[in-house]
Design a binder for this molecule. Structure first.
Ligand code: ADE
Length: 235
């Protein structure tokens, strides 16, 4: 899978993606990252890329002409099955279903805003989907891109060694993950539940499902509703 990133701060990448599971996948070329520096596409000597918003208001807006040149460059030698994404708090919130859809593309072109964002005509003209990570504002799309890439990469077959670890992961079945324990079996007087130590796989998986359901009900009633609905549909 290929990620092309339009950014004013290419030096941020790969950043945390060079470590641990993603880092290994990056060295194995299971995914690639290419940055395109938006500033290189300014025609001004000053390398300016933004201007004041029409109608007034605070902040600066990334200019559509500069953004278009950067995007055209990214689209050169681009594959067919690609998707254009603008990371912004104004987009629809990403969830695990969305990540599962995104990994079906061979290439994601991620557009990182800064300041007050980009001229909306650029997004409309290029049919760019605006996506948000949550109801809070980050200083720019770069950190959001890194999070999105991480979430995609770990779903690429071959990236996670043990495929079972994906199955039981939070959100995969509209449930949060069950609680986990490791040695010592008694820590500060808190004992590991007996059922996890008896080696009975059926009892263990029943207990884990029960705990996942309890936790989801308490912490994420919205998610639990989806789980209950999907389960009814299956039955
Ligand atoms: N850029 C700034 N804030 C963001 C958010 N919440 N999600 C995605 N991109 C962003």
């Amino acid at each position: 899978m290929k990620f092309k990133i339009l950014t004013l701060f290419p030096e941020i990448f790969p950043g945390p993606l060079a470590y641990s599971i993603c880092g290994k996948a990056l060295s194995r070329k299971l995914f690639t990252i290419e940055t395109i520096n938006i500033r290189n596409f300014s025609e001004k000597k000053s390398k300016i890329v933004d201007d004041n918003p029409y109608g007034g208001g605070p902040g600066m807006i990334l200019k559509p002409d500069v953004m278009q040149k950067a995007l055209d460059c990214a689209m050169k030698n681009s594959v067919k099955k690609k998707k254009l994404i603008y990371l912004s708090p104004g987009g629809k919130q990403v969830n695990s279903e969305k990540i599962n859809q995104l990994i079906k593309f061979d290439e994601l072109i991620l557009i990182c805003g800064r300041y007050e964002g980009v001229d909306c005509r650029f997004l409309e003209y290029n049919k760019i989907e605006e996506v948000s990570l949550g109801d809070y504002v980050l200083s720019g799309g770069e950190i959001a891109s890194i999070i999105l890439i991480d979430a995609c990469v770990r779903l690429i077959p071959e990236v996670l060694g043990n495929k079972n670890s994906l199955k039981s992961e939070s959100f995969q079945n509209h449930l949060l993950e069950y609680p986990q324990y490791t040695k010592p079996s008694n820590w500060k007087g808190i004992k590991v539940p007996e059922v996890l130590m008896n080696g009975n796989h059926k009892e263990i998986s029943d207990w884990r499902l029960k705990k996942s359901i309890e936790k989801t009900k308490n912490v994420r009633p919205d998610l639990f509703k989806t789980f209950a609905r999907k389960n009814r549909e299956i039955k």
